[in-house]
Design a binder for this molecule. Sequence first.
Ligand code: DX5
Ligand code: ZN
Length: 217
Amino acid sequence: MAVQINPSILSADFSRLAEEARAVEGADWLHVDVMDNHFVPNLTLGVPVVEALSRATETPLDCHLMIEDPDRWAPQYVEAGAGSVTFHAEAAAAPVRLAREIRAKGARASMALKPASAIEPYEDLLPELDMLLIMTVEPGFGGQSFLDIMLPKIRRTRELIGKHGLELWLQVDGGVSASTIERCAEAGADVFVAGSAVYGTDNPEAAVRMLRHQAEE
Ligand code: DX5
Ligand code: ZN
């Protein structure tokens, strides 16, 4: 299971986004948090900024849509240059149709679960996805504390992936840092989003290397 480290641009300096995107060139993906003030109580950026970011960096974009009505808006993020688009299970009206549309447009399709959402109701959908995102904080803000109580869900999800013989990636997002990443990896996650643990340091590239090293151990 190859480890992937995806720095979250949410914790970067928004006045220097292009430069910040290029500051983590050793990263696997750049995680881009799209928030709409409705699905979560915060507002970040949308399609034009994703388009600009995709021109600014060679690193592929992993767009995490924390928005209402992803069925309507998600395809636009593929067109804007995202290589992976994550919608929330709680917000999608027709997750299978949406995942198929994202794939048909040429991006990886991914679905996210908030902390209170169980994986079990979605077991039959897993073959439609390229990645599943388990939130390890309540979505909306960077810099929150990791929720340890999500570890059993990560473990159960990894078991379901194995049971169905699927290739899909298992991403964790929220509070992932030097002190929590090993627990996530041990539970079965293989894609790690880190905002403050990367951009909150003086050397984002070194932080990515260190997190990768810890997750691989
Ligand atoms: C939170 C976002 C996260 C956030 C993570 O709702 O989805 O991607 O940027 O930030 P940290 O790593 O600081 O918890
Ligand atoms: Zn995110």
